[in-house]
Design a protein around this ligand. Structure first.
Ligand code: ADP
Ligand code: 5GP
Length: 238
């Protein structure tokens, strides 16, 4: 059976990499798509592990050869997913996780509507700023301009949250990890036609369902308010 495709998006600094790292230690048989990017490595990042770091010229060659499933310009750098990554994972029946921005997610949804998309919200702009600053500090490079640009972009990105099937708030890390893990498990149960009446399965399905917009109004409203995003904004697309 072909594997599942998960897309995860979040404003920069929301804790997506942290969550994905935790998820991968819990959920086995989940491939992580290593994107191509023209941005420089950050902190302890290694070529081929977090990203394939390439030049603009190399990236543009990949675009011209139609080797990318999707790509986007994010903060002045190219980021993209190779078609070969998706082909290999799904052909081997493995699930694949794409960590891509809202523009890339839109492109993938158009091509592969069966993709399961998840949006991660930071709790407030103040907390987002603190996380961006702490991360920059840990990497020994605090650039106020970069942080301000990422904060400004966050609101724009958050406006897209309704296009995603699931939405969760990365406030308390263990809770967000539990929710993300439950979403992956729930989708696998549904895909594999498991016995959904089992108690453990019911619990997982319940947690995943609590991350659907209609079931999370109480949690989402204050977060959206804090970012100045109207609630509810545009009509839902999922
Ligand atoms: P992203 O991948 O979304 O850009 P990171 O995973 O790099 O973000 O996280 C940004 C910073 O926030 C990191 O320093 C990380 O340790 C911290 N962080 C992530 N999730 C939480 C959380 N739930 N509570 C507190 N700090 C967090
Ligand atoms: P960062 O530079 O912080 O690692 O990532 C910046 C943004 O680029 C994040 O929102 C991340 O999800 C996005 N991104 C990473 N890889 C890809 C990709 O292959 N395609 C697209 N469209 N966005 C990506």
């Amino acid at each position: 059976m072909a594997g599942l495709l998960f897309i995860i998006s979040a404003p920069s600094g929301s804790g997506k990499s942290t969550l994905v790292h935790e998820l991968r230690s819990i959920e086995k048989h989940l491939d992580f798509s290593v994107s191509y990017t023209t941005r420089a490595p950050r902190g302890s990042e290694e070529d081929g592990r977090e990203y394939h770091f390439v030049t603009r010229e190399q990236f543009e060659k990949m675009i011209a050869a139609d080797e990318l499933l999707e790509y986007a310009d994010v903060f002045g750098n190219y980021y993209g997913t190779a078609r070969s990554t998706l082909r290999e994972s799904l052909a081997n029946g493995r699930d694949l996780l794409l960590d891509i921005d809202v523009q890339g997610a839109e492109q993938v949804r158009k091509k592969l509507p069966e993709a399961i998309s998840i949006f991660i919200l930071p709790p407030t702009p103040e907390i987002l700023k603190m996380r961006l600053t702490n991360r920059s500090r840990a990497e020994g490079k605090v650039d106020e301009g970069v942080i301000e640009r990422r904060l400004a972009k966050a609101r724009q990105e958050i406006e897209n949250y309704r296009k995603y099937k699931y939405v969760l708030v990365n406030d308390v890390l263990p809770r967000a990890v539990d929710e993300l893990s439950a979403i992956v498990k729930a989708e696998r149960y549904l895909h594999e036609g498991d016995d959904l009446s089992r108690k453990g399965v019911q619990k997982v399905l319940g947690i995943a369902e609590s991350c659907r917009e209609s079931n999370a109004v109480g949690r989402l409203r204050p977060v959206l308010d804090s970012f100045g995003v109207p609630f509810p904004p545009q009509p839902a697309h999922v």
